[in-house]
Design a protein around this ligand. Structure first.
Ligand code: GDP
Length: 300
């Protein structure tokens, strides 16, 4: 189920209470049943859905609610808070937020599986900061996929962002280091290193990520994940987190038919802060993520 549909279904379930003569336990159970069905269809994990249901029941004790209190609003607030809890990693996104400091040159390394949208997201990220007055630069350290450098080159050129890569060098750690050094010397304040992906999370990929990270000592490592993979998201996010020091996550492809609920809640469960969402193929289809604001928009 598309994310927007999920929000509409939850909101509809809540507003349907307005038609009930009295809001009692039975009405609440009916509403929760509809919300839980919608979440499951959006690929949220069964356990997380059960947690949300129990959490709302705990927050809303119908017999104990004072007379005259707007029960619908109380329930709505409880659902809102539980959705926020489910999507909140508990990690502090402020810790990985880039802050402009005089003389500080940030290096950010991107990791993720092939096809997750990593290269596209690197450019979106660079472009986002460019619009905020930063001086970004892109380094292609993907020597695995033929055409990776050309793709990055094309994207960077479109966004008018300097880039670095090599058609000859086969060691990604060497290219990464050369690129970062070059852009440091040129005074860029945000150096973004795109790395290779593989089709699955395999030992060779993680070994390569460790080598690149050791070569460029990034300020933060961002893990990019395809938002349409549903429940597989938890294991993938966990595997990357265990292999390298993932500081933040960007979830892509939350447009179209992505069952995004699964990815969003699964990543939060790995306790990595989600910082941006990709919502299309274009450079500006990129949004910063903040749990409360996201849930507010989801519910309309
Ligand atoms: P990489 O292999 O991880 O570097 O992935 P790419 O950046 O090459 O992206 C793979 C495909 O996903 C490309 O066709 C991108 O245009 C597409 N893509 C990336 N991000 C998004 C997104 O947020 N929404 C949609 N619809 N497509 C995306």
């Amino acid at each position: 189920m598309v994310l927007a549909e999920l929000g509409t279904r939850i909101s509809k379930a809540i507003s349907s209470m307005g038609q009930a003569m009295i809001i009692d336990e039975k009405v609440l159970d009916g509403v929760l049943k509809e919300i839980c069905t919608a979440l499951l269809q959006a690929d949220v994990n069964v356990k997380q859905v059960a947690n949300l249901r129990n959490g709302v029941k705990k927050r809303v004790n119908i017999p104990e609610l004072a007379a005259g209190l707007n029960k619908q609003r109380v329930i709505e607030k409880a659902v809102f808070d539980e959705l926020c809890d489910m999507l909140d990693s508990g990690a502090d996104p402020k810790k990985v937020e880039l802050k402009k400091e005089k003389g500080k040159q940030h290096t950010v390394m991107f990791v993720g599986l092939q096809g997750s949208g990593k290269t596209t997201t690197c450019t979106k990220y660079a472009y986002y900061y460019k619009k905020k007055g930063w001086k970004p630069a892109l380094v292609c350290a993907d020597t695995y996929r033929a055409g990776a450098f050309d793709q990055l080159k094309q994207n960077a050129t479109k966004a008018q962002i300097p880039f670095f890569g090599s058609y000859k060098e086969t060691d990604p750690a060497v290219i990464a280091e050369q690129g970062v050094n070059r852009f440091k010397a040129e005074g860029r304040d945000l150096i973004i290193v795109d790395t290779s992906g593989r089709h699955k999370q395999e030992a060779a990929l993680f070994e390569e990520m460790k080598q690149v990270a050791a070569a460029v000592t990034p300020d933060v490592i961002i893990f990019v994940m395809d938002g349409s993979i549903g429940q597989a998201a938890f294991d993938q996010a966990k595997a990357f987190k265990e292999a390298v020091e993932v500081g933040a996550v960007i979830i892509t492809k939350l447009d179209g038919h992505a069952k995004g609920g699964g990815a969003l809640s699964a990543v939060a469960a790995t306790k990595s802060p989600i910082i941006f969402l990709g919502t299309g193929e274009h450079m500006d289809q990129f949004e910063s993520f903040e749990t409360k604001r996201f849930v507010q928009r989801l519910l309309g």
